[in-house]
Ligand binder design. Structure first.
Ligand SMILES: [Zn+2]
Ligand SMILES: [Zn+2]
Length: 272
């Protein structure tokens, strides 16, 4: 099993289930030594009064989330970090920075889930793929991921090729986009997240693909590991495969965070 899982949700976001304690019980059962909660940050980028149902915790719940993570951390024999997953929406950087600065996060994961308002990883909005040019969709997606990395707001960029989630593949040769993305991550000094949730969707593979991961390795981009668990049974799920992929790409270590400062963990002993 993986020694770490840095991407756990909680029931607060409205589309995950289980108490925080249940996630931690499962982590302890599996022998995971360090976890981090990174639930969805409130929808800071929407105009007042607007919302997306069951997408993220409400703004009034954020202090509660922080307190819940800090409290349950004391009750379990593993290290529990306080993370958050924040959507990157161009033009809203200042609002996001202000919100993030109010809490003592160990790390901030930046995510691209929207292309100009289109929730491309939302099953309810999947039909939109058939109306669009897939090559352009991929180009737009990776451009935005690079912009998120370069914003300087995040420690980690989540599931760096999430756009493949439903299995729609472009005709386009992706290698130039991968190169450009890895260079942007390197320049920005952010980590790429190796996220096993892709195994649970039509994509049927880890985010990022081996090709993109090799590019990250080539450019010296550090990585973190996460299952993106939305229920306690998903804690650690797919992470042994993620470790194998990391090894195949050349990685020998993953990155951890405390108070937004990096630590390194060797993974050699955890790969079979
Ligand atoms: Zn979620
Ligand atoms: Zn997530």
């Amino acid at each position: 099993m993986s020694p770490v899982d840095y991407h756990l949700h909680t029931r607060l976001c409205g589309h995950a289930s289980g108490e925080l304690e249940e996630y931690l019980e499962q982590a302890v059962r599996l022998g995971i030594r360090e976890v981090g909660f990174s639930d969805h940050l409130p929808l800071y980028f929407l105009p007042p009064g607007k919302t997306i149902p069951d997408y993220a915790m409400g703004e009034e719940e954020l202090p509660l989330y922080v307190e819940m993570v800090q409290n349950c951390a004391r009750k379990f024999p593993l290290r529990v970090s306080l993370g958050i997953e924040a959507d990157y929406v161009p033009g809203c950087e200042k609002k996001l920075a202000a919100l993030l600065s109010r809490y003592p996060f160990d790390y901030v994961i930046g995510s691209v889930h929207f292309l100009d308002g289109w929730g491309f990883d939302n099953p309810a909005e999947m039909e939109e793929y058939s109306r669009r040019d897939l090559d352009r969709v991929y180009e737009e997606y990776f451009a935005l991921v690079q912009q998120a990395a370069l914003s300087g707001l995040f420690d980690i960029i989540a599931h760096p090729d999430l756009i493949k989630k439903f299995g729609f593949q472009p005709g386009l040769d992706l290698s130039p986009l991968y190169e450009e993305t890895a260079r942007a991550f390197r320049r920005a000094g952010v980590c790429a997240e190796v996220n096993s949730a892709g195994l649970r969707y039509p994509a049927g593979e880890i985010y990022p693909s081996l090709g993109l991961l090799k590019c990250f390795f080539k450019h010296g981009v550090p990585v973190t590991l996460g299952s993106d668990a939305h229920c306690p049974e998903q804690v650690g799920a797919g992470l042994p495969e993620a470790l194998r992929l990391l090894r195949e790409a050349g990685y020998r270590e993953v990155t951890l965070f405390s108070a937004r400062k990096r630590r390194i963990l060797e993974i050699a002993g955890y790969c079979k």
